[in-house]
Design a protein around this ligand. Structure first.
Ligand code: CAA
Ligand code: NAP
Length: 247
């Protein structure tokens, strides 16, 4: 054990997750990346990418409530109680509602929304007991605007922010902040899976005129999870190149 703050990042080996892990480790956190354990090549590539940093991988399925309970307890035993939780695990199953089957709905809800509940439910007590915690939920611009072909994803991402605001109120007096970050379209596998023609139109509609960089999302997460960010809670921080502006 040491006295570094312990940060857990779900979806930690993904495009945004990897940059978030690196950035938190560079900010002096001890980082644990949670992701599905079945991706051996990607896990190896991740380990190369974070070599030399205080980052380690642990397998966990955020859609599985019991697995999350065991994972949080194992981390507490092996590394210490979780101080910072970044919920970045997410999937898409894009199709219009008229074609969407129940599985596509359930899968997206299970990872993107239940996953947030499953990890927060087990991590939050340790934070409130110790009087410090930072939770950041990675939502999406498409939760704010809705997107064609994403009734499942947009609902989960909007739900995530409702969860954020409610939990923020519950734990505000205990030194724990809960915020959302809503990225626009960034350079990751998730966005590269959108057909090129559709993606080009989306990029055209972004005022900044390009996709976001994962490091630009990581920068925002690092800011929200700092020890001196304790007066920001229940907020949603858009990082979207101007794609959706609101007050
Ligand atoms: N707006 C309006 N009409 C559209 C449309 C759009 N964006 N996309 C398709 N259509 C039209 C088609 O032209 C077609 O019209 P016709 O029937 O008249 O020919 C019809 O809708 C097709 O409807 P379908 O029910 O057949 O649609 P589909 O099931 O084939 O789904 C789609 C199409 C896969 C959803 C496709 O539109 C798509 O990939 N859209 C992009 C979705 C997207 O942005 N996903 C983001 C993934 S990345 C991410 O999620 C990260 C993040 O948070 C930002
Ligand atoms: P990504 O590269 O696909 O990373 C997501 C990671 O989550 C992947 O490693 C994925 O594994 C993992 N994952 C999926 N199901 C899981 C589960 N049940 N348990 C644990 N891990 C699981 O996507 P990303 O672009 O980095 O996105 C990260 C987050 O940001 C997501 O929540 C996404 O919705 C959100 N977001 C992304 C963008 C963007 O432009 N990229 C914009 C707005 C919001 P697999 O790859 O094996 O599924």
């Amino acid at each position: 054990m040491n006295d570094k703050r312990i940060a857990v990042v779900s979806g930690g080996i993904g495009g945004l997750g990897t940059e978030i892990c690196k950035s938190l480790a560079q900010a002096g956190r001890r980082v644990i990346a949670l992701d599905l354990g079945s991706r051996s090549e990607r896990i190896a590539a991740f380990q190369d990418e974070v070599a030399g940093l205080d980052v380690r991988f642990e397998a966990a399925n955020v859609a599985d409530y019991d697995d999350c309970a065991e994972t949080v307890e194992r981390i507490r035993r092996d590394a210490g109680a979780i101080d910072i939780l970044v919920n970045a695990a997410g999937i898409t199953r894009d199709t219009s509602l008229r074609k969407m089957d129940k599985r596509q709905w359930d899968d997206v809800m299970g990872v993107n929304l239940d996953g947030v509940f499953n990890l927060c439910r087990h991590a939050v007590d340790g934070m409130t007991e110790r009087g410090f915690g930072r939770i950041v939920n990675i939502s999406s611009v498409n939760g704010q605007t809705g997107q064609f072909g994403q009734t499942n994803y947009s609902a989960a991402k909007a739900g995530m922010h409702g969860f954020t605001m409610a939990l923020a109120r519950e734990v505000a007096r205990k030194g724990v902040t809960v915020n959302s970050v809503s990225p626009g379209y960034c350079e990751t596998a998730m966005v590269m899976a959108v057909p090129e023609e559709i993606r080009a139109k989306i990029v055209d509609s972004v005022p900044v005129g390009r996709l976001g960089k994962p490091s630009e999302i990581a920068r925002t997460v690092e800011f929200l999870t700092a020890d001196d960010a304790g007066f920001i809670t229940g907020a949603n921080i858009p990082v979207n190149g101007g794609l959706f502006m609101s007050f």
